[in-house]
Every structure is written in structure tokens, then in C-alpha cells.
Design a binder for this molecule. Structure first.
Ligand code: PLP
Length: 458
């Protein structure tokens, strides 16, 4: 039995709240789990359950819950100046300070930032900026942006179009014109349709998968392609960690055809992969990086796009870029971001992920590969994913109707762990401040959930 507070909140929730990405019939029948507070890597719900948040909220609470420095930065800025805009030759101190700090921590080609309030808006900004860039260069016909199936770039019309989620494209006639998709570098999925590729090494597959970009460029016409966008590690698509050969080959192809490269760093940015930005782990030199989430550890909405010098030089040739959001450079959000980044620097958190907690998570999480349900348990820094198989010995996947992911996710919650399910994959992206003992606890709870799932399905 749930307590009366939970019951009352669930009733109001289901009566009035349209949730993002939620089946509302299911929500009405089961009631929402209502989270009330957080501390470190844990959250608590209205029933008093303590839950290890293996997903950092939604890939964002990188510093964990209850960081007083971030709260104080917000309070201080709200008191002094809660809002002023950056339109028409005005500016605000925290936005300037953050821009300079971002120029310092991002790869050398980046010295300018355009602010938004989310990852989706950041990718919308890029779509407009890329087209503006080619217009000014006198190559108006370069409009097409190439993206990847199962990629995720947000929920606005441009974000959902850039993304490669069929479930999103089916609703609302997406993608919009000028956006095309290639296959993702997910070996297991590709081999389902192309069994003849099953003996390729990981490195060979990486080069092959990158080659699909070149094929698409030639199909569209090289002079019509404006840019390629991708997440260094596909997150919402199920934590698809590409072979090491993939991104360098993508970079080579972009350079060969003079195509702009956009690294969507909304998940991978701010230390998630053990480098400040995911492109540094993957060895690319993008022209744009979009970010959100980890920039403020999710304490307040902020997003943005880092724009490389070669693009800025062109944009500056023609004064106005008619684009901007009321909350571009929001002073409170920027003040929190400055505090967040400084705290990361103080704790040397990126190095800790690279050299300490990342390797520790790797050995702990990848030990799940011995489970009878599990294959491909793999990590990169502080993201990890595994696939569950119906018959591991014969490499047989589950059917969609088996609902294996949702079953396992339910058992995770019952055991006090948030893990996300993407089809037959279970994924995590814990707060970057997680300790060794908490990693051990996470993996122990994950194993319990896998055991319970295994028992259910036998
Ligand atoms: N890009 C990536 C890689 C994401 O994972 C997300 C959200 O999960 C977005 C963009 C969209 O960000 P937002 O939900 O802040 O609009």
C-alpha cells in the first residue's frame, strides 16, 4: 500500500500533468514514482525509498545532488540580478565569465559560445547557423545535414529531425526537408540485417560504418552537404560505444568533402567520457559542439553551442545573425555553470573519471558479462551499456514483445537502482562524483535485477 501523500500526488499528477515521453494510460494505471529529494548519488521518493541514481537524473546531475556551491551561486545571482538579456548590444557578467571559461576548457579551435536553455535549442541553433555559414560563403545549395539512425538530438522540430528516432519521426511528419540519416555504428544491429559482416573485427567495422557517411555524401551530392552531426557515444540510442576507428574516419571524410562536423556533446560533454568533451576521447576536431545538461549539472537549464574560429570568422563577415532566445545567457544559469565548472576543476573530476573511477567502473560493470542474460557489457568513462540476450549461447536476441528492458528496469527500481532500458539494452550514466563503494553497490544491484529478470523469463 502506498501512503496517502503519494496517493494524493499521483492523483493530481495524472489528472493535470502531461509528462514528456510517457504513456499516459500506463501512468494513470500505475501512478508516477515521485522523487522528493537527493543527496550525493542517491534520491528518495515519497514512499521513503532510497534509490541509487545510476542515470544522473537524465544524464545531467554530474556533480551529484546537494552541492551547496551551486545553490549559493544561484541564490547570490538571483539576489543581485535575476535576469537581463543579451540582445542588442547588452550583456551580463555571468554570461561573459562563463564564455571565457568555456573558451579555456574547450579544444583550441573554440573561442565563442552561443547560449540557449537546452540541448534541443542548441541543435536548432546549429541548424540555422550552419545554413547561415554556407549562405555567407556563397554556397547556398549546401543545406543537407547528415545524421544517424537512432541518434538523439532533442525534441524540437529541428532536434527531432536531426535525431534518428523512428518513433519521433512517425509523429508530426519528420524529418523536415534537408536532413538525412545513415546507419549507426552498432555492430549487433547491423549484423542482424547483414549476416555476411559477422566476422569483421571491431576496427574493420568502424571503418565500414564511417564509410556509410561517404556513400551518403556521394548520393546527396558533395556540393549539397552542409554538415554531419553525431554524438561521440550515442546515449539515448542505448549507449552505443563506437569502435576506435570510427570517428577518425568520419573526420577524414568530413575533411575530404569540406563538410562541417558537429559534435553533440549534450551527454558526453563536461567530463562524462573522462575528457572535458567527448570529441577529445574520440579524436575529432569538430566545427561546432552543442552542450547542455552537465554544464550546470542539471541544477538549472542551460545549453549552448561552441562555434569554432573558422565559422565565427565567416559569420562576422556579415553582421547580423537573426537568432536568439530570451534566456540566451541567462545570468542565474550562467552563474551556476561557472560554479559547476570551477568545482569540477577544484575536484580534478575529469582526471578522476579518466584515471580512477572510470577504470574502476569498467572492471566492475564489465564483470556482468558473465551473467547468463548479458552480452557486450561495456563502458567508456562514466557511461555504460549492456545487451540482454534470450539465448546467449546462440546469440539470439529478445523480441520486442518480450519487454525485457522494462522488466529489468522494474527490478532495478525494486532493488533501489535507476537504470534505463532502451529496448533490450540496459544503460547507466552515474554522477561523476560516484565513489568506488557506490560503484560496487550499483553493480551489485544491477546483478540482482538481472537475476530477477532471468528468473522471470525462464
Ligand atoms: N542531444 C543529446 C545527445 C541528448 O542526449 C539530448 C537529451 O537527452 C538532447 C540533445 C536534447 O537536450 P534537451 O532535452 O535538453 O533539449
Amino acid at each position: 500500500m502506498i501512503n496517502t501523500k503519494t496517493a494524493a500526488l499521483q492523483k493530481l499528477d495524472s489528472a493535470h500533468y502531461l509528462h514528456p515521453f510517457t504513456d499516459h494510460k500506463d501512468l494513470a494505471s500505475k501512478g508516477a514514482r515521485i522523487i522528493t529529494r537527493g543527496e550525493g548519488v542517491y534520491v528518495w521518493d515519497t514512499e521513503g525509498n532510497k534509490i541509487l541514481d545510476g542515470m544522473s537524473g537524465l544524464w545531467c546531475v554530474n556533480m551529484g545532488y546537494g552541492q551547496t556551491e551551486l545553490v549559493e551561486a544561484a541564490t547570490q545571482q538571483m539576489t543581485v540580478l535575476p535576469f537581463y538579456n543579451s540582445f542588442f548590444n547588452t550583456s551580463v557578467e555571468p554570461a561573459i565569465e562563463l564564455a571565457a571559461l568555456l573558451a579555456e576548457i574547450t579544444p583550441p579551435q573554440f573561442n565563442h559560445v552561443f547560449y540557449s536553455s537546452s540541448g534541443s535549442e542548441s541543435n536548432d541553433t546549429i541548424l540555422r547557423m550552419v545554413r547561415r555559414y554556407w549562405d555567407i560563403k556563397g554556397e547556398k545549395q549546401r543545406k543537407t545535414i547528415i545524421s544517424r539512425k537512432n541518434g538523439y538530438h532533442g525534441s524540437t522540430v529541428a532536434g527531432a529531425s536531426l535525431g534518428g528516432m523512428t518513433g519521433m519521426h512517425e509523429q508530426g511528419d519528420l524529418p523536415i526537408p534537408g536532413i538525412v540519416h545513415i546507419e549507426q555504428p552498432y555492430f549487433r544491429e547491423v549484423v542482424k540485417d547483414h549476416p555476411e559482416l559477422k566476422d569483421l573485427s571491431e576496427d574493420e567495422f568502424g571503418v565500414l560504418a564511417a564509410g556509410w557517411l561517404e556513400e551518403k555524401i556521394l548520393e546527396v551530392g558533395a556540393d549539397k552537404v552542409a554538415a554531419f552531426i553525431g554524438e561521440p557515444v550515442q546515449g539515448a540510442g542505448g549507449v552505443i560505444i563506437p569502435p576506435k576507428t570510427y570517428w577518425p574516419e568520419i573526420q577524414r571524410i568530413c575533411d575530404k568533402y569540406g563538410i562541417l562536423l558537429i559534435s553533440d556533446e549534450v551527454i558526453c560533454g563536461f567530463g562524462r567520457l573522462g575528457t572535458w568533451f567527448g570529441c577529445e576521447t574520440m579524436g575529432t576536431k569538430p566545427d561546432f559542439m552543442t552542450f547542455a545538461k552537465g554544464v550546470t549539472s542539471g541544477y538549472i537549464p542551460l545549453g549552448g553551442a561552441m562555434v569554432s574560429d573558422r565559422v565565427v570568422d565567416v559569420l562576422y563577415q556579415d553582421g547580423d545573425f537573426n537568432h536568439g532566445y530570451t534566456y540566451s545567457g541567462h545570468p542565474v544559469a550562467c552563474a551556476v555553470a561557472v560554479a559547476n565548472i570551477k568545482l569540477m576543476q577544484k575536484l580534478d573530476l575529469v582526471n578522476r573519471v579518466k584515471n580512477d573511477t572510470g577504470p574502476y567502473l569498467k572492471q566492475a560493470f564489465e564483470s556482468l558479462n558473465d551473467h547468463p542474460l548479458v552480452a557486450d557489457a561495456k563502458t567508456e568513462g562514466m557511461v555504460a551499456g549492456l545487451v540482454m540476450l534470450k539465448d546467449k549461447a546462440n546469440n539470439t536476441p529478445f523480441d520486442d514483445d518480450d519487454n525485457v528492458g522494462m522488466i529489468c528496469r522494474g527490478h532495478c527500481f525494486d532493488n533501489g537502482l535507476v537504470m534505463r532500458a532502451v529496448g533490450d539494452r540496459m544503460i547507466i550514466a552515474p554522477p561523476l562524483v560516484i565513489s568506488h563503494a557506490e560503484i560496487d553497490e550499483l553493480v551489485r544491484l544491477a546483478r540482482l535485477a538481472l537475476d530477477a529478470t532471468w528468473a522471470d523469463l525462464k
